[in-house]
Write a protein that binds this ligand. Structure first.
Ligand SMILES: NC(=O)C1=CN([C@@H]2O[C@H](COP(=O)(O)OP(=O)(O)OC[C@H]3O[C@@H](n4cnc5c(N)ncnc54)[C@H](OP(=O)(O)O)[C@@H]3O)[C@@H](O)[C@H]2O)[C@@H](O)CC1
Ligand SMILES: [K+]
Length: 450
């Protein structure tokens, strides 16, 4: 299931809404601190705990968690970097009966819980603070962040000051962009989302397992989706993409190529011609292995069909505005993105949305933190994907999967989201030593699990 992702401001608005509907702020904080303590109990053995509390509500969550952990039988120490400054945090502090030591005297402890700063972080931590925090975090057996590691900018995943490596991050109400964006996401460990009774909706969300179009009993190969791939100078890449399209459930995959391509399954048709006016085409795929052949992209853009533009073809687009009026999905990685859209300012999320708006295309902005942006402002964040996807050919596989799901009838944004999710899942199924060809083989297994 898709899960909403909220900026700090949206989260505060959702909190205000919950308070206006009759849930006091202290109740929300009680739920958050209790969820934090419960998550510790579920994941971590009975070792001594140190909670580090900041001045705001993140610190407030820490005092609540300390009380619950102590009641569960943990030996709990609390160290505060500053006295509470908000009413709710002052209340939480008053409910904690144990001692509170100064942050500077906190010593290494097996379980360290960072409740210094969360969504209210407004600048980097001062040096003495982040150095000591990193020492405590990196020397802990288990390090846990309350909402976010202190130093992370909630809305864009930037590090405002250096952070240590956490094993677990417990967040409340909704995921925040930083939980799914680099560089922050790499240091958060597993992210657990706790329900605290806040109703969170947003045009930004984490992609969940997709609903694929049902296969009609009376369907035939064309109704199940015809993907037409355009080969170029290095046909190996388009072969991989075509294979991935076929294994993603396209009824028919065809490759226009001037050279015979070795090793393609016989079910994938190779043709010398390129009749792109064929109304049965569900999606055209151009780019993998294309080389510097701009005519092929121009030809693809003459066809009034959905199109996936990947790899080399992205660099041949020229002006993003050229794609307006076409039904296009673009799949750039960082370098391809900057080549087409320039060195624009802003977070990855903002740049993805701006690129979608300028090109009136769905943008699959690839990386360890892949985003899918639509021209109308929807933004989907990929769930964490295996690191071993960073290997040659996996991008070609993704573009073939997107083309297949588009040809099968999903809209451009949904096709891209579904393919991104299945691509990550297929990589998990294929295992850490996979090559892109193994990833293709794993696609039907990932689909069969749905
Ligand atoms: N939203 C919700 O629904 C719920 C939210 N909940 C929890 O609340 C958290 C957000 O709380 P929050 O807004 O009080 O902000 P928080 O992160 O504690 O920090 C603010 C304080 O830190 C200060 N400060 C900032 N940067 C600093 C720096 N570099 N160095 C030093 N100081 C710095 C800042 O002061 P100032 O910037 O004014 O100097 C202010 O005093 C959220 O992450 C979650 O854990 C839950 O209780 C349940 C419901
Ligand atoms: K924190």
């Amino acid at each position: 299931m898709a899960r909403p992702i909220l900026t700090a401001e949206q989260m505060r608005a959702a909190e205000r809404q919950a308070i206006a509907s009759g849930t006091p702020e202290t109740t929300l904080m009680e739920r958050a601190g209790q969820a934090l303590a419960e998550t510790v109990r579920l994941h971590v053995g009975p070792r001594d705990v140190l909670l580090l509390c900041g001045p705001g509500n993140n610190g407030g969550d820490g005092y609540v968690a300390a009380r619950h952990l102590a009641a569960m039988g943990y030996t709990v120490k609390v160290a505060a970097w500053a006295d509470p400054t908000s009413d709710a945090a002052r209340w939480a502090r008053s409910q904690w009966n144990g001692p509170v030591e100064p942050f500077a005297s906190a010593t290494e402890t097996p379980i360290v819980i960072d409740c210094l700063f969360g969504t209210g972080l407004s600048r980097g931590l001062e040096q003495s603070l982040f150095q000591r925090l990193m020492l405590l975090v990196d020397n802990a057996l288990v390090a846990i962040a309350c909402d976010l590691p202190s130093g992370v900018s909630s809305d864009d995943g930037a590090l405002l000051s250096p952070i240590g490596r956490y094993d677990l991050t417990v967040t409340f109400g909704a995921l925040k962009p930083a939980h799914r964006l680099m560089p922050a996401m790499a240091s958060m460990g597993r992210v657990v989302l706790a329900d605290i009774g806040i109703d969170a909706g947003s045009a930004w969300f984490e992609i969940g397992a997709p609903d694929l179009p049902p296969l009609e009993p009376a369907g035939h190969k064309y109704s199940r989706g015809l993907v037409h791939c355009l080969a170029g100078q290095m046909p190996g890449a388009i072969a991989l993409a075509a294979n991935a399209a076929a294994r993603s459930g396209a009824g028919y995959v065809r490759v226009s190529t001037s050279l015979p391509i070795d090793g393609l399954p016989s079910s994938i048709v190779q043709t010398g011609g390129a009749d792109l006016q064929d109304e049965r085409i569900g999606c055209i795929l151009v780019g993998p292995g294309l080389g510097d052949v701009p005519q092929v992209l121009t030809l693809a853009l003459t066809a009034p069909r959905p199109i996936v533009i990947d790899a080399d073809a992205i660099g041949l687009v020229g002006e993003p505005e050229r794609l307006q009026g076409h039904d296009t999905i673009l799949t750039p990685h960082e370098g391809e993105f900057r080549k087409l859209f320039g060195e624009s300012e802003g977070s990855k999320a903002e740049r993805a949305l701006e690129a979608a708006r300028r090109s009136q295309s769905v943008i699959v902005y690839k990386g360890p933190d892949t985003l899918v942006a639509s021209p109308v402002g929807s933004l989907a964040f990929a769930p964490p994907a295996p690191a071993w996807l960073a290997t040659a050919g996996t991008g070609d596989v993704l573009s073939g999967m997107i083309a297949a799901l588009r040809a099968r009838g999903l809209g451009p944004f949904d096709a891209a989201c579904a393919a991104v999710w299945l691509h990550g899942r297929a990589a998990e199924v294929a295992g850490s030593a996979m090559i892109a060809d193994d990833l293709v083989e794993a696609i039907p297994l990932a689909i069969a699990e749905l």
